[in-house]
Design a protein around this ligand. Structure first.
Ligand SMILES: [Zn+2]
Length: 56
């Protein structure tokens, strides 16, 4: 699996938009999941620590 923890934010966003698995940079075990439509939303949330990642 690709080491998503070292990716730049725009690369992480690109993967999230593609529906790929991106690990949470905060707890490093959770997976970032879209709030709403992965293609349109700007907010993703970790399924473990619930930390939100917001792209503007
Ligand atoms: Zn997390």
């Amino acid at each position: 699996m690709k080491d998503t923890l070292t990716l730049m934010p725009h690369e992480r966003l690109k993967m999230l938009r593609n529906g790929e698995i991106v690990l949470c940079t905060h707890c490093k075990v959770g997976i970032m999941q879209p709030i709403g439509d992965a293609v349109k939303t700007n907010t993703f949330q970790c399924n473990k620590c619930k930390r939100q990642m917001i792209f503007n």
